[in-house]
Design a protein around this ligand. Structure first.
Ligand code: AMP
Length: 401
C-alpha cells in the first residue's frame, strides 16, 4: 500500500468530519465473538462465512473485528459515554474473503458513529458528510444510493411477501439465496449473481412496505436531501449487508472502471435498536464505514510529490560540511537527507532518485573553494551553482514557484 496516499485519504477524512463535530475513538481490533454474533448478525455473510474466530489462551472465544460499529457501541455503553455523541475511527478490519483487487482479508476502514440522535436531520448530515469527503478528495464519480430498510414493525409483512416470491421462483435462484431465503430473506438483495439480481428487480421491496413512522422518516430524509441539493439516487434494491440496520440505509458507489465489481466505497445506515440489543436504553444511532483501499483504487496512481533535498559530499573530508548543511536545511523546514560516505556520486544520484528527492546538492573541493553548492533539479533535469549563503533562500523560492 502506498502509505503516502493512505495518509492523504485519512487527512481529508479528518478535515471533513471535523467540520461536523466528530471526535476520534480508538477501539480494540478484537472482541468477544458474542458481540458480533449479537449485532452484525447470524444471517449475514460476514458472520456465517468471514469471521476470524479463535479461542485464546484463557479459553475466551475471540474474533478479529470484521467491522467497527459493534465495538464502538460496546465502548459507549461500557464507559457510559454521555449522549448524544459523534465518534469516528480509523483502523484495520478482518474478513475471511476470497482476495481480489479491492477485496482483502485485512483492510482499513474509516468510520463514523452518531449515537443518540434520532434524525432525520442527522441522517442527511451524515450522507452529506460522506459526499463532501469524496468531493474534498477530488473523487467526482461517486454516486450515493439511498433506501430505507424499515424497522421490526414493517418487516414481517414484507418478509411474508418476499418469502412467497422466493418460493415461486425457487428454481431460478442460486443456492446461496436458497439458504438466505430460509434464514433471512432480506439478505437475498446482497447476492452478486447477475441472474438473481435481475430476478430481484421484480421482488417486493422493503421501501414499499414501510410503516407510517418509517415512511415519514424516509420522506423527510429524501425531501431534505433534495432541499440541500445533495445528489443521490433512490435505490430500493440496496439493503446493506448487516442485520442491525433500520430505516435509512445508503451506499457510496464509484463508477471508476478501476474498481470493477468492488465498486462500493462504503456505506452505512441507521441502527436504532443496537444499543438496546446490547442491554442499553433505547437509543437511536447512525453511522457509516468507508474502505480506504477501495478509495485509493478509485483515486488512481498517486502523483509522486518530490520534495526532499539529497546532499552528496564528494569526499569524506567534506562530510562534516555536508552534515552542517543537512542541519541548516532541516532547521529551515526543508526535508533533507545525506549520502553515506561509502557511496560514490553515481550511487548517491541513484538513491536520491529512488527516494523521490527533488534536489541533489553536490559538495566537492571546487564547491568548498568557491563557497558555492552545485544544485541539481532531478525533476527538471537542470543544474546551477548557488552561493552557499543563499541556499535556503534559493530552495524556498523554488518550492514556492
Ligand atoms: P461494510 O462494512 O461491509 O459495509 O463495508 C464498508 C466498506 O468497507 C465497503 O464499501 C468497502 O469499501 C470496504 N470493504 C469491505 N470489505 C472489504 C474487504 N474485504 N476488502 C477491502 N475493503 C472492504
Amino acid at each position: 500500500m502506498q502509505s503516502g496516499q493512505k495518509h492523504l485519504v485519512e487527512t481529508r477524512f479528518r478535515e471533513t468530519i471535523g467540520l461536523y463535530g466528530f471526535s476520534e475513538i480508538v477501539s480494540p481490533t478484537f472482541e468477544h465473538t458474542e458481540l458480533f454474533l449479537r449485532s452484525t448478525g447470524l444471517t449475514t455473510d460476514i458472520i456465517t462465512k468471514q469471521i476470524y474466530q479463535f479461542i485464546d489462551k484463557g479459553g475466551r472465544d475471540i474474533t478479529l473485528r470484521p467491522e467497527g460499529t459493534p465495538g464502538i457501541v460496546r465502548a459507549v455503553l461500557q464507559y457510559n459515554i454521555k449522549l448524544p455523541v459523534r465518534l469516528f475511527y480509523i483502523g484495520q478490519m478482518f474478513r475471511y474473503e476470497r482476495p481480489q483487487k479491492g477485496r482483502y482479508r485485512e483492510f482499513f476502514q474509516l468510520g463514523v458513529e452518531a449515537v443518540g440522535e434520532p434524525g432525520p436531520d442527522i441522517d442527511v448530515e451524515i450522507i452529506e458528510m460522506g459526499s463532501r469527503f469524496f468531493t474534498n478528495l477530488g473523487l467526482k464519480d461517486v454516486i450515493t444510493k439511498v433506501n430505507s430498510v424499515g424497522c421490526p414493525i414493517c418487516r414481517p409483512k414484507h418478509r411474508t411477501e418476499l418469502s412467497l416470491f422466493l418460493e415461486r421462483n425457487n428454481d431460478k435462484i442460486c443456492n446461496d439465496c436458497k439458504e438466505r431465503a430460509a434464514r433471512n430473506p432480506l439478505r437475498i438483495f446482497d447476492c452478486k449473481e447477475t441472474s438473481c439480481q435481475e430476478l430481484y428487480q421484480n421482488a417486493p421491496k422493503i421501501a414499499d412496505y414501510l410503516c407510517f413512522d418509517c415512511q415519514q422518516h424516509f420522506q423527510s430524509v429524501l425531501n431534505e436531501l433534495v432541499e440541500r441539493k445533495i445528489p443521490f439516487e433512490l435505490n430500493k434494491l440496496m439493503v446493506r449487508g448487516l442485520d442491525y440496520y433500520t430505516r435509512t440505509a445508503f451506499e457510496f458507489v464509484s463508477s471508476s472502471s478501476d474498481l470493477g465489481a468492488q465498486d462500493s466505497l462504503g456505506g452505512g445506515g441507521r441502527y436504532d435498536n443496537l444499543v438496546e440489543d446490547f442491554g442499553g436504553p433505547k437509543t437511536p444511532a447512525i453511522g457509516f464505514a468507508l474502505g480506504i483501499e477501495r478509495i485509493m483504487l478509485a483515486l488512481g496512481a498517486p502523483v509522486q510529490v518530490r520534495k526532499a533535498v539529497y546532499i552528496i559530499p564528494l569526499d569524506p573530508s567534506i562530510q562534516k560540511q555536508g552534515k552542517e548543511l543537512l542541519n541548516l536545511l532541516r532547521n529551515a523546514n526543508i526535508p533533507a537527507l545525506i549520502n553515506n560516505p561509502d557511496k560514490n556520486l553515481r550511487a548517491g544520484l541513484g538513491i536520491a532518485d529512488n527516494l523521490a528527492c527533488e534536489y541533489v546538492i553536490i559538495i566537492g573541493s571546487e564547491e568548498v573553494k568557491k563557497q558555492i553548492y552545485t544544485v541539481k533539479n532531478l525533476v527538471k533535469r537542470t543544474q546551477q551553482e548557488v552561493p552557499q549563503d543563499q541556499i535556503i533562500n534559493s530552495l524556498t523560492k523554488k518550492n514556492q514557484s
